[in-house]
Design a protein around this ligand. Structure first.
Ligand code: DHE
Length: 530
């Protein structure tokens, strides 16, 4: 056979192969779609946007490993409503379903303002409800503990270290719960978009609303009047009043509306009476003032925010844009809240080409310094403290076993403290000499907490939970005790004396991912996240 003819035949066979593979894959998709309708839609929604179970969209499953997805479908999820399907479905069918939930839903699901409003549930207070706690404990020294293992929340008395109550939460809460300034109400955000307002004094859910399909976090304004939610999907911010009535949504978009973005995170900058927002795909930092007297800004950069037919100005509840060189994934404030310390992780899928960190001044509205941090800084988990006549920032690193300590006047590194492995969280308190950090990203050192002397910047001790993940620390109101989590399904909250590092008590808990002390949060302690 002539070479040309052979090439044509081979090409033809290849195309037949491609066509057959396409047809096969289309069949599999159709098969998987009907399996989904039969077995999953009742809980996860016909459009896969969630219901009793979480949303099953590619946008919300990026963190779920393939092996874990297969396991969950086959065996179910412990202590949830998710049953196992290994006795009903073959291995191939389970694999087809796991692949199907990673295909896009077409047309793309929408979550408009009307949907948000329709999702809201409100439970009014019973008549004559007294405005005082139903329990006897220091309301300022409570801990809210998020138990990710079976999606519950425990309320812990921070003096007696006893559980006051335990209640079911929405699926997969993420980020720190946010408190009203008086410490009475707490707002939780779930990865699949639900915000829950809970009354810590009366132990009841006040209101719930679904802000989006895939939410990053929520922030509560310093005056307790507003709640802002940051979404990955849809590309929006959603602003609510304190009872979770939707006030407005903001499209996370460039001013011309041509490019939209996931929202990385929103934080409250209470001294500035504003929310500060980082966008994952657009190099802009936004500031949205909730000061009713805020005036529009005229400074040469276009801030005006397009809303429907109208233009909202950069004053009260308007958007003030700060242009950046790169979008931010994660950020942190100095104690004045004038400077934002932002990190671009350069992770897969991000438009940034490499990890970097920078300081952006919210008044000058521009970058004022590079931050000398390598690896993958987790600035949101950093802390500040006084050192050598200055204030320093110490931040864990998701990639390297090191804590970077940076002078906040010169923005230079003053120390890099080695730890046994990369970690997620660092915590301290004004009343303790020590800062504690985990190495939970390390396969070999995930069981170790490293304790660092804040004056010498040297490691002084380690505590361990051999073979288990030990992570996320928070202090009591007075700084005398450090509470850490054994991050296992049969895990625990471990209470250590913050001076002797000796364990004083442990409470069994189901993967307690995070714990939050009311006082430390509402006073914006320098040793914890805000
Ligand atoms: Fe988090 C807080 C981002 C993965 C547990 N995490 C935050 C915040 C952000 C963030 C922006 C601050 C929000 C707030 O408190 O208002 N987290 C990210 C990521 O970008 C990352 C790396 C990837 C992702 O999938 O989102 C990520 N986070 C995780 C986890 O895998 C963790 C360890 C387990 C989980 O439950 O998802 C996790 N993140 C936490 C916790 C906090 C948090 C416990 C609150 C810490 C605090 O003390 O305030």
């Amino acid at each position: 056979m002539a070479n040309a003819a052979r090439a044509t035949l081979v090409a033809g066979l290849c195309w037949m192969g491609v066509d057959m593979a396409r047809a096969q894959s289309a069949d599999q998709t159709v098969g998987a779609a009907s399996l989904y309708t039969e077995h999953c839609a009742a809980c996860h929604g016909a459009q896969r946007t969630g219901g009793m179970g979480p949303a099953l969209l590619p946008e919300s499953l990026t963190r779920l490993r393939s092996a874990e997805a297969l396991k969950v479908i086959a065996q179910g999820r412990v202590a949830t409503q998710m049953p196992g399907f290994a006795d009903k479905l073959s291995k191939e069918q389970i694999a087809a379903l796991a692949a199907f939930v990673r295909t896009p839903v077409l047309p793309a699901p929408e979550w408009a303002d009307a949907d948000i409003r329709a999702s809201r549930e409100f439970h009014p207070a019973p008549p004559n409800e007294p405005a005082k706690p139903v329990w006897d404990a220091d309301p300022m020294n409570l801990f809210v503990v998020v138990e990710g293992g079976d999606h519950h929340v425990s309320l812990v008395d921070g003096d007696k270290f006893e559980v006051i109550t335990r209640f079911a939460s929405r699926y997969a809460l993420h980020g720190g719960p946010k408190f009203t300034p008086d410490g009475r109400y707490v707002f939780f955000g779930s990865r699949d978009g639900w915000i829950t307002k809970y009354d810590l004094w009366r132990l009841r859910v006040v209101a719930e609303v679904r802000a989006g399909f895939n939410m990053r976090n929520v922030a509560v304004s310093g005056d307790g009047k507003w709640v802002m939610a940051a979404n990955y999907f849809p590309h929006t911010l959603a602003l609510f009043d304190a009872d979770l009535n939707l006030k407005q949504t903001y499209a996370a978009a460039t001013l011309d509306g041509k490019t939209t973005s996931r929202v990385s995170a929103v934080y409250d900058a209470e001294p500035r009476q504003s929310f500060v927002v980082a966008l994952k795909d657009i190099p802009e930092l936004w500031e949205i003032s909730y000061n009713p007297k805020a005036q529009p800004i005229f400074d040469g950069y276009v801030h005006d925010y397009k809303m429907g037919e109208g233009i909202a100005k950069s004053g009260f509840l308007g958007v003030r844009r700060t242009p950046l060189e790169q979008p931010l994934d994660d950020f942190f404030f100095d104690q004045s809240y004038a400077n934002v310390l932002g990190a671009t992780r350069g992770e897969e899928g991000s438009k940034a080409d490499g990890a970097s960190a920078q300081v952006v001044n919210l008044d000058a509205r521009s970058k004022i310094a590079e931050l000398p941090i390598a690896g993958m800084p987790h600035l949101g988990s950093g802390i500040t403290f006084a050192w050598n006549g200055s204030t320093v920032l110490a931040s864990p690193n998701l990639k390297d076993g090191a804590i970077d300590v940076i002078d906040m006047k010169t923005w230079k590194t003053v120390a890099t403290i080695p730890t046994p492995g990369p970690g997620f969280f660092m915590r301290s308190h004004e009343n303790t000499r020590f800062a504690w950090t985990d190495s939970m990203m390390s396969p070999t050192a995930r069981d170790t907490l490293t304790i660092i002397d804040k004056s010498t910047l040297k490691t002084v001790a380690e505590v361990k939970e051999p073979g288990k993940t030990l992570a996320h620390i928070e202090f009591t109101k007075d700084g005398k005790y450090a509470l850490a989590s054994v991050w296992e399904m049969d895990g625990a909250l471990v209470i250590y004396d913050a001076t002797t590092f000796k364990e004083v008590k442990r409470l069994p808990m189901s993967k307690p991912v995070g714990k939050y002390n009311v006082w430390n949060k509402i006073t914006r302690s320098e040793g914890t996240s805000h």
